[in-house]
Design a protein around this ligand. Structure first.
Ligand code: BDR
Ligand code: CA
Length: 316
């Protein structure tokens, strides 16, 4: 049976890649997208989510609009990383439909409680929606099957401050609520995602297929690669979010440790920094599984093969 998944997302170039990977993966039944502020505004993110689904002929999947600002911190978007629209140089046609009426927080609660023990959440943006859902309806903590979170930097440097990763830095208070909720979490931090580099030659391989999917990925990732080159001297681009999605059905791509993980919300230089109690110096039991090693090239190959297969079904 395929795994039932809701993606909570701030689309976002690598979010778009994760959504396409979900649609291309028979192991997964994608049952909805909930959108949150982050890489772009929530309204732009909703438009992007709908447009990506239309691109992949998946207009049956509901999209719910979520929170437009963090719980406590001021809003922080990332146009330098993902472009003004969130999708780099890609220009998708305006979507033919709108989001559902229900707020993302209520949609998450309803869908999780409707199928106790069945729904997996893949959270690939700031955790505002999920944190509010936990506060509004704590029964989802026991009802959710699993939560995969792309976020944090455990032994790795930050990508937004010298210490902090983007999703945790943008809404650290929400991350704090989710990390300490008791939900069964797998954390997918920069320690593993920064090994997963999509190269220009990988994109060129996809472009051998005449389909709007490789065209979109090429336009979106060209911007993302320019960012990585200019800001981080990385050739290619890091595709963080698709790795979190892939681990729902191919967990063997990573090695994990069960750890107590926390993050700093004290407002100083370490704001949003995640850290793990590797040596059990506190009495806290582990609160999540953390991916710490990855077979990066095997993951990129999986991503490419799935994009090729999806592209074959959607010709230009
Ligand atoms: C995370 O932040 C965003 O820029 C990406 O979409 C990803 O979810 C990586 O730090
Ligand atoms: Ca994201």
């Amino acid at each position: 049976m395929s795994r039932r998944i809701l993606i909570d997302t701030d689309p976002g170039i690598d979010d778009a890649a994760a959504i396409l990977l979900a649609l291309a993966s028979p192991e997964i039944s994608l049952e909805g997208l909930t959108v949150v502020h982050g890489n772009c505004s929530v309204d732009q993110g909703v438009t992007n989510a709908l447009a990506i689904l239309t691109l992949a002929h998946a207009d049956h999947i509901p999209v719910a609009r979520g929170c437009d600002v963090p719980l406590v911190q001021p809003s922080l978007l990332a146009p330098e990383t993902h472009g003004n629209t969130g999708l780099g140089y890609a220009q998708l046609p305006p979507p033919p439909r709108g989001p559902i009426q229900q707020h993302a927080v209520d949609f998450l609660i309803e869908r999780i409680l409707a199928a106790p023990g069945e729904m997996t959440i893949v959270a690939i943006g700031p955790l505002t929606n999920l944190a509010l859902a936990i506060r509004k309806e704590p029964r989802i903590i026991k009802a959710v099957k699993e939560v995969f979170i792309m976020g944090g930097a455990i032994r790795h440097e930050g990508n937004t401050t010298p210490l902090a990763e983007f999703n945790t830095y943008v809404d650290p208070h929400a991350a704090h609520i989710v990390y300490h909720s008791g939900m069964p979490i797998t954390l997918v931090p920069l320690d593993v995602t920064y090994q997963c580099i999509l190269l220009a030659s990988d994109v060129a391989r996809l472009q051998r297929i005449d389909s709007p999917i490789p065209d979109f990925l090429a336009d979106a990732t060209r911007f993302y690669m320019e960012f990585h080159d200019e800001y981080q001297r990385i050739e290619g681009c890091i595709i963080n979010d698709p790795l979190a999605l892939a681990l729902t059905f191919m967990p063997e791509l990573c090695e994990y440790e069960s750890l107590f993980v926390d993050l700093d919300i004290s407002g100083g230089v370490a704001m949003g920094k995640t850290f793990a109690d590797f040596y059990r110096m506190t009495d806290h039991p582990p609160n999540m599984k953390v991916a710490l090693k990855v077979q990066a090239r095997a993951f990129i190959e999986l991503f490419l093969q799935r994009m090729e297969a999806l592209s074959q079904t959607i010709p230009n």
